[in-house]
Design a protein around this ligand. Structure first.
Ligand code: NAD
Ligand code: ZN
Length: 366
């Protein structure tokens, strides 16, 4: 069939909306009519080739839509089901079988390979040129796409699909790092570096978990202001104030938990120094391959801190996405306040607004 899709063609270059041919879904796949797709910082850095996903490729990995066709080997899905799509994993390796599919041994190839395991791509041009697909197992910047059924998570029929796509990556990353990895107890102190969609989702999750001191650090005053509106107890502009000193003072000796959503080396160092004795920090911010961050092993050894590197909130999407929807419906996880909707033909504006910091979580509607 024909479908319109946004194609990444070169670094630092706008996506091009083109009409492509979509092949037939494989036996283990679903064809999904995408209703909406979030834009994540990771789409921008892959467009810019921080991760070398072959181009041309259809990006997009926060898709939500309706099942149009069900592959012959798929069970548990019917035409008309509403789904939110998470990353692809094999379901058979040690990591998958021990409940950590975001560390699947095949995660990179499945999500950043730009094609299926059999080397085919779902999209092609009229001239027969292959166009990359299966980005994060979905390539959701398209009106229709084919994706492995195991990545799709069914959501209730009354669920607001136009809002839920970001639960498949950005929101899951921030909320999962807090709820699945850091696990703050009620009454805890948490510091979060970066007030983008990932950091804000982490903040909302920390609040839902009962953290009572939540410090948000950023260099954009408007974002810090907004963080305060949404529940931060303290904000620090790290362009003006040393965030390590500020956090040590606010928490009287260091935060019990910390999250770095920036992927900026000096910020990672600040995170480690902001922790209390035996504190636990997590890095989720992405950096170019080969990036190193200074880490004072001399001083930090005796602090007993733990630092985790966390992919996709270490979530099991089938378990975690419905949990986030339930918290949202209870009014305890208002991630909708982070979103702004754009039409498909405004997709490059959505990327630009995200980069400029004026929109936290753009959602493209189809
Ligand atoms: P974003 O760009 O909206 O937010 C990043 C925030 O960090 C911005 O508010 C920015 O002002 C702030 N920042 C930048 N430099 C800073 C500094 N020196 N000090 C303090 N704050 C600074 O991005 P996002 O959508 O929230 O995503 C955050 C990161 O998470 C990205 O790197 C993204 O690629 C990554 N990510 C990782 C995973 C994962 O599985 N680990 C999943 C999704 C996204
Ligand atoms: Zn993402």
């Amino acid at each position: 069939m024909k479908t319109r899709a946004a194609v990444a063609v070169a670094p630092e270059t706008g996506l091009e909306i083109r009409e492509l041919t979509l092949d037939e879904p494989r036996p283990d796949e679903l064809r999904v009519k995408i209703i909406a797709s979030g834009v994540c910082h990771t789409d921008a850095i892959v467009r810019d080739q921080w991760y070398p996903v072959p181009q041309p490729v259809v990006l997009g990995h926060e898709g939500a839509g309706i099942v149009e066709q069900v592959g012959s080997a798929v069970s548990g899905f019917e035409v008309g089901d509403k789904v939110v799509v998470g990353p692809s994993f094999c379901g058979q390796c040690e990591q998958c079988l021990s409940g950590h599919p975001m560390y699947c041994v095949d995660f990179y190839d499945r999500n950043f390979g730009g094609k299926r395991g059999d080397d085919s791509t779902a999209f092609s041009t009229d001239d027969g040129e292959a166009v990359g697909s299966h980005f994060f197992g979905q390539s959701s910047f398209a009106e229709y796409t084919n994706l492995p059924a195991h990545g799709a998570v069914k959501v209730p029929h009354d669920a607001p699909l136009e809002l839920l796509g970001p639960l498949g990556c950005g929101i899951m990353t921030g909320a999962g790092a807090v709820l699945n990895v850091l696990r703050p107890k009620p009454g805890s102190s948490v510091v979060i570096f970066g007030t983008g969609a990932v950091g804000m989702a982490g903040m909302l999750a920390a609040k839902a978990a009962g953290a009572t001191t939540i410090v948000m650090v950023d260099i954009v005053p408007e974002r810090l202001e907004f963080a305060k509106e949404l529940g931060a107890t303290h904000t620090v502009n790290s362009k003006e104030t040393d965030p390590v000193e500020a956090v040590q003072q606010i928490t009287d000796g260091g935060a019990e938990f910390a999250l770095d959503t920036t992927g900026v080396p000096p910020v990672f160092s600040q995170m480690t120094k902001s922790l209390a004795v035996q504190g636990h920090g997590a890095l989720v911010g992405a950096a170019k391959l080969g990036t190193e961050a200074p880490f004072d092993i001399g001083t930090l050894l005796v602090s007993g801190i733990t630092v985790s590197m966390v992919v996709e909130g270490d979530a099991v999407p089938k378990e975690f996405i419905p949990r986030m929807i339930a918290l949202y419906q209870e009014g305890k996880f208002p991630f909708d306040k982070l979103t702004k909707t754009y039409r498909f033909d405004e997709i490059n504006t959505a990327f630009a607004d995200s980069a400029a910091g004026t929109t936290l979580k753009p959602i493209i509607t189809f």
